[in-house]
Design a protein around this ligand. Sequence first.
Ligand code: AMP
Length: 405
Amino acid sequence: MKILVINAGSSSIKYQLLNMDTEEVLSMGLVERIGIEGSRIVHRVNGEKHIIEKEIQDHEVGLKYVLSLFTDSKYGVLKSLEEIDAVGHRVVHGGEKFASSVRINDDVLNTMEMLSFLAPLHNPANIMGIKAATELLPNVPHIGVFDTAFHQSMPEKSYLYAIPYEYYEKYKVRRYGFHGTSHRYVAQRTAEILGKDVKDLKIISCHIGNGASIAAIDGGKSVDTSMGFTPLEGLAMGTRSGDIDPAIVDFLIKEEGLTSKEVITILNKKSGMLGLTKKYSDMRDIEDNAIAGDKVCRTAFDIYEYKIAKYIGSYAASMNGVDAIVFTAGVGENSPIMREEIAENYLGYLGININKEKNNVRGKETIVSTEDSKIKLMVVPTNEELMIARDTKEIVEKNLDELKL
Ligand code: AMP
């Protein structure tokens, strides 16, 4: 079964074509700067990267071109587009409506549109991708996989904010959490690596990328996560502040003469590592400068690690124990120093011992704790596209079985 995975942003489309009989990636790429001058496609096939500069006015034009590349004599991997059996779409927000992946029909699309108020930057872009793909591939099933769905298992005590309950009743103001597809993949893979049933494990999954969140996963179910009503809550990130006292918003509105929207933009785009260092949002820059003795970068890096450690500690408490702490995503997978400093400076009391040699690893599944460490410390590279393709395959096969009955 061949499955196309699409992750549509407001001006980009990430794609992967997978052969799900072997879970092999046949081709992948990124359409960038859609509707903006300088649009291009970075297309990868057979280990080669091709950059194709091309005017791309909208998502449909971009996707149409990507589909033509799949059957192209030079870049192609398919004889015909009919080989594509289904399409899996990443959708950021499923609200309380979607606790698992679903086959997309008109009702589902309407519900996604209704939920756009919860993710005004993301859902409309995801929907544009879905509309373009269903237009171009109308005869195959399209499946929606939601970033929030995995966290729908959180109990009320985790997802309700202690604010007047009517705001939850009226507007569904609550914690939703994000990166759910990544946290779910990491939990499953961790159980496989440890040779255990995920139902028997308490896992703290640390998705530490430019956007970052931590999830407490008990028995395979998310029971808490650091991102909240929006992805702004939680850890200090590349450009996001993470947790702050909400009274700061009103203070800045008054003192700086800003609108609330402007303050939220500052908290999303100009805060975090960028805000603290005034220069860098990329952790590689901050790490390099911190190691070279730059005080500002060292402080920013300390804050970054400290917040991660605080969440790990709080989730160890909220699950009343933890078996494995797992690092994933850009920084989590690629920064041995961050893992080492967090383990050594903050996690010793849990009986965690890091093996520095094993920890000297980037982007590779590894148990980085010592044999005698009470809790496993691990690196598990995430694979959201594979998870989306697996869900898509499962739903398509289930539908086929139901049709047979
Ligand atoms: P992501 O959002 O998962 O793509 O992660 C992006 C982040 O990963 C950026 O802040 C990168 O600087 C960071 N990153 C990638 N490679 C490294 C590395 N070798 N050391 C530290 N951070 C890294």
